[in-house]
Design a protein around this ligand. Structure first.
Ligand SMILES: [Mg+2]
Length: 248
């Protein structure tokens, strides 16, 4: 690992309603995976917005009358991953990348000062499939990401991603150098609890006012505004950094 890695900004992207929408495919997969894993129909799905999959799976099992043992959760997780694997075409047809997501990730990926990965409630393999289907995986270091099967609490995923990103790059990513980007009050709360800045994007069900009220450092209504926001910040964040000149 290099000991003099350049100062960098770690971007932690949420996936659903920030970068992509499954437009009902995610729910359809749950409806197929749940009986496959438990032998029972899915009567009710727990609220999913902004939560980790470990959290969603446990509650969904419970409210459908199945004890959420490690074994039951593991079976459901495996069925969900298989369900997404089988539904790649369906996801690509019915779902979509959100407007500007591809271009924004692509543009940020050209900056040496930016290191991009995900912080998502999705299971690791499900996250990979969702991003691959829309061609977004090429801009993100998914090994450095943190996922809904890493921890039940979303806020805990921030430190996990920082640690993994440091291991991947040799650079230290403290809270000052970390920005989380997401669409729900849960994303904002997770970032604030962990002590990092949060860009709230009103591309899901939460509007700008609600994102600001939740405490988002910045609230924007389209993903492409992220580039301007972050590159402007980079140009002033580390006056002593060699990256500074690159961003002028
Ligand atoms: Mg989301």
């Amino acid at each position: 690992m290099p000991s003099t890695a350049p100062a960098r900004l770690l971007l932690l992207w949420d996936i659903d309603h920030t970068l992509i929408e499954t437009r009902g495919v995610g729910f359809a997969i749950y409806q197929r995976a749940f009986p496959a894993a438990t032998g029972r129909p899915l009567v009710e799905l727990a609220k999913v917005s902004g939560r980790t999959e470990l959290d969603i799976m446990s509650e969904t099992l419970r409210i459908n009358g199945v004890e959420p043992t490690d074994e039951a959760v593991g079976r459901l997780a495996a069925a969900l991953v298989q369900g997404y694997e089988d539904a790649r075409d369906e996801l690509g047809t019915r779902g979509r990348a959100l407007p500007g997501a591809y271009d924004t990730l692509a543009e940020l990926a050209t900056s040496q000062a930016v290191f991009q990965t995900v912080l998502t409630g999705n299971l690791r393999e499900v996250a990979r499939i969702k991003l691959e289907v829309f061609g977004l995986d090429r801009f993100l270091d998914l090994e450095a990401g943190s996922y809904g099967n890493d921890h039940q609490e979303r806020a805990e995923l921030v430190a996990i991603a920082q640690q993994r990103a440091s291991e991947r790059t040799g650079a230290e990513f403290g809270n000052e150098a970390t920005v989380l980007i997401g669409d729900t009050p849960n994303d904002v709360a997770a970032g604030l609890a962990a002590g990092v800045r949060v860009v709230g994007v009103a591309t899901g069900k939460t509007d700008l006012e609600e994102l600001r009220a939740a405490g988002a450092t910045w609230a924007i209504d389209e993903i492409k505004a992220v580039t301007r926001l972050l590159l402007a910040r980079l140009s002033t964040a580390n006056p002593s950094s060699q990256q500074h000149a690159d961003e002028e």
